[in-house]
Each structure stands twice: as structure tokens, then as C-alpha cells.
Write a protein that binds this ligand. Structure first.
Ligand SMILES: *Cc1c(COP(=O)(O)O)cnc(C)c1O
Length: 394
């Protein structure tokens, strides 16, 4: 196929096509079909104030712009902003708030997001409340005149609860609250929060969007022009921007996003069903299983259940530790969303920054293990899990 012409409209094109082309027409200077990595920190101006749209690389960079435009298109937004990490994207977005404002957040959040809200924003006068957002009556009751932002992940981390974005968006809009959805787990392949009424989408591009566990990055996407302008100001003023090389890497990863996520989600579905049958397993949390309490909502809201599985092993901590040590193909590591399968222990690893009582209340027990299913052959992954469960049972 010929490279897409710069003036080609993206209207009506599928995500898989947009992931390859959006924001990245062939380079007008050389015709290069892959986006050049522009390392320049500054850009020549013909006369003061007259330039080609770039002045200084913190404010804007051509490689970053290609990534930002591609991300905006994939999420169905109009403006994308790239950051040096998902946490930098989160922190920058939280800077739209002022002292006295409150955040109403989901109760099962990425540990680092909880830490930002509880340990960084709270001392600056921006409080947060954490709630199971499946209870819409409780959500309505928890909103006060100070509530300016609702923040959620769905499916949640690590319990894989599913929140109803459209229903929460209706409440948020009625009450004049900005609805933020961290779409890191689902990706725009499986879920498009802006179409469901969210105002802003957050990503840790470190995970599925880059997909190869070799970049730490983040992004915000919105279709609200005024909010985008404010976020652009904060992105430049705070300066937590990604390097041009990292932007190139994420753009490269994005090209295979659709095939990766669909394949990983299909393997995860099969593995989750097998896990549920295994004698050493107490419970499996996976939105594609009939036993999942939010399955009907997941089917409505998502195009697939995703590639994250949370499993509670019988035998608690010693069993979970032996299981994790015995895995050969899965690496025991934090993070998720890469081509390689990972397994981790939230209570000790990713969610250690959440107080023990809060973890217990959420159900993050010592036997709980989180799996990120990669692109390896499903039979090999299941073989690995089965042998590790066998060793742990001994
Ligand atoms: C990893 C992650 C983040 C934070 O992103 P970093 O790139 O690690 O800063 C935020 N939200 C979710 C759901 C994540 O998985």
C-alpha cells in the first residue's frame, strides 16, 4: 500500500489503519515513511515570532506532535498531549485543580495515582475520596459543591472491577464535574471513554500503547478545546515532557496496537477459563468470565475483556511466592501490557503504597497474583502456569 497522503482525511478509517498512519504522513522533506526523530531543542525563526509552528522543544516538538496527533485520533479526541510518564500526565492534569477542590476517585486505583492524590495533592489542599463507583447512588451522595473531578480506571487495578463510564459521565455532566478515565488497561482498541462521555483520557503509554516494555511515558487526550488549551499551558509550564526518541518508540509500538491487544486478550480469555477450573485456584477475576459480577457491563462497554487476569491462589503468601518463583516464561515483574508475559504480587509490589487496611478492604489478599498476558503462544503460557501451580501445591 502506498503511504498515506498528508491531506488524506481520517474520517471513517478503522483504528488499525489510524494506528499506522494518523499524525504521521510521509516526511515532507525526504518522503521518509517513518517519522523522523527531531532531536533539536530549538527551531530557527525567520524573524522574531515567525516560525513553522515550533520554537523550543519543551513547548512543542515535531516527533512528539506526531505521537500526540496519533493518540488523539485513536481515542476519538481532538487534542493529545504526551508526557514523560503516566504519572507525569496524571500530575499535570491534577494541576488544573486549585486548593479547596476535591477529587472523587475510584477505590481500586493504580498505586502511584493513589499516592499522588493522597500524599502530594492532599497536603496542597486538594482532597480526595475513594469510592466503589459501581454504586451510583453512593456516587451522587459523595459529590459535594467542592467536587471538581471524578477519576476512574476501568477495568480497575488489580481487582478488574468494571465501572459504567456512560452512567458516571451523565452524573458528572449534571454536576459540572470533569470526568477523567485512565484507559491504560483497556486501550482504545477495547474501550473509548470519550465516546462514552468522559472529558479526558489518561494513559500510561509505558504499558499497551508502547507495548514493548522499553519506554516510560504518558498521555492525555481530550475533545474539549478549552481544557486542551489549559493542559497545553500546564504541559509547557511544568515541563514533564517525553524525549523525541521515546515519542518515536511509542509511535512505533502503536502501529501494532490492535493486533497485539486482540491477540493478548484472546489468550487471556482462554487462560482465565483454565485457571478457574484449577484446584489450586480459589478465585479468578477477569471481566470475560461468566462468574465476573460486571460481565454484562464489560460486554456492553468494551470490545473484549483485555489481557489482565487477577487470581487468588489457595494457600496464601507462601503458595503465591513459590508460584511466582517457579514461573519460567512469565517474568516476576511490575508493569504490564508488553509483548512478554508478567506476573506480580500486588500486596508486596505494585500496591505496597496503599495502606494494608485499604488493601484488605479491596480484597487485595496475600494469595492474590496479577498476570499480564503477553504475545507468547497461549499453550506455552498455560503450560508455564500449570507447572508453577503444581510446584506451589507440593
Ligand atoms: C502504570 C500506570 C500508571 C502510571 O504510569 P507510569 O508510566 O508508570 O508513570 C497509571 N495508571 C495505570 C492504570 C497504570 O497501569
Amino acid at each position: 500500500m502506498a503511504a498515506m497522503k498528508p491531506d488524506r482525511s481520517y474520517q471513517g478509517l478503522a483504528l488499525d489503519t489510524l494506528a499506522v498512519h494518523a499524525g504521521q504522513p510521509p516526511d515532507p522533506v525526504s518522503g521518509a515513511v517513518m517519522t523522523p526523530i527531531v532531536l533539536a531543542s530549538t527551531f530557527a525563526q525567520e524573524r522574531p515570532g515567525q516560525h513553522k509552528g515550533f520554537e523550543y522543544s519543551r513547548s512543542g516538538n515535531p516527533t512528539r506532535k506526531a505521537l500526540e496527533d496519533c493518540l488523539a485520533t485513536l481515542e476519538g479526541g481532538t487534542h493529545g498531549l504526551a508526557f514523560s510518564s503516566g504519572s507525569a500526565a496524571t500530575a499535570t492534569l491534577l494541576h488544573t485543580l486549585k486548593p479547596g477542590d476535591e477529587v472523587l476517585a475510584g477505590d481500586d486505583l493504580y498505586g502511584g495515582t493513589f499516592r499522588l492524590l493522597d500524599k502530594v495533592m492532599r497536603p496542597m489542599g486538594i482532597g480526595s475520596r475513594f469510592l466503589d463507583l459501581r454504586n451510583l447512588d453512593a456516587v451522587r451522595e459523595a459529590i459535594t459543591p467542592k467536587t471538581r473531578m471524578m477519576w476512574l480506571e476501568t477495568p480497575t487495578n488489580p481487582m478488574l472491577k468494571v465501572f459504567d463510564v456512560a452512567a458516571l459521565a451523565t452524573i458528572a455532566r449534571e454536576r459540572g464535574i470533569t470526568l477523567v478515565v485512565d484507559n491504560t488497561f483497556a486501550t482504545p482498541v477495547l474501550q473509548r471513554p470519550l465516546e462514552l462521555g468522559a472529558h479526558v483520557v489518561v494513559h500510561s503509554t509505558t504499558k499497551y500503547l508502547n507495548g514493548h516494555s522499553d519506554v516510560v511515558g504518558g498521555a492525555l487526550v481530550t475533545a474539549d478545546g478549552a481544557l486542551a488549551e489549559r493542559l497545553g499551558f500546564l504541559q509547557n509550564a511544568i515541563g514533564a515532557i517525553p524525549s523525541p526518541f521515546d515519542c518515536y518508540m511509542v509511535l512505533r509500538g502503536l502501529k501494532t496496537l490492535g493486533v497485539r491487544v486482540r491477540a493478548q486478550s484472546a489468550s487471556a480469555s482462554a487462560i482465565a477459563s483454565r485457571l478457574e477450573q484449577h484446584a489450586a485456584v480459589e478465585r479468578v477475576f477477569y471481566p470475560g468470565l461468566a462468574s465476573h459480577p460486571d460481565r454484562a457491563l464489560a460486554e456492553r462497554q468494551m470490545k473484549g475483556p483485555g489481557a489482565m487476569i487477577t487470581v487468588v491462589l489457595r494457600g496464601g503468601l507462601p503458595f503465591a511466592e513459590t508460584f511466582l518463583e517457579s514461573l519460567q516464561i512469565f517474568s516476576c515483574a511490575e508493569s504490564l501490557g508488553g509483548v512478554e508475559s508478567l506476573a506480580e504480587h500486588p500486596a508486596i509490589m505494585t500496591h505496597a503504597s496503599i495502606p494494608a487496611e485499604a488493601r484488605a478492604a479491596l480484597g487485595i489478599s496475600d494469595g492474590l497474583v496479577r498476570l499480564s498476558v503477553g504475545l507468547e503462544a497461549e499453550a506455552d503460557l498455560w503450560g508455564d502456569i500449570a507447572q508453577a501451580l503444581g510446584r506451589a501445591s507440593r
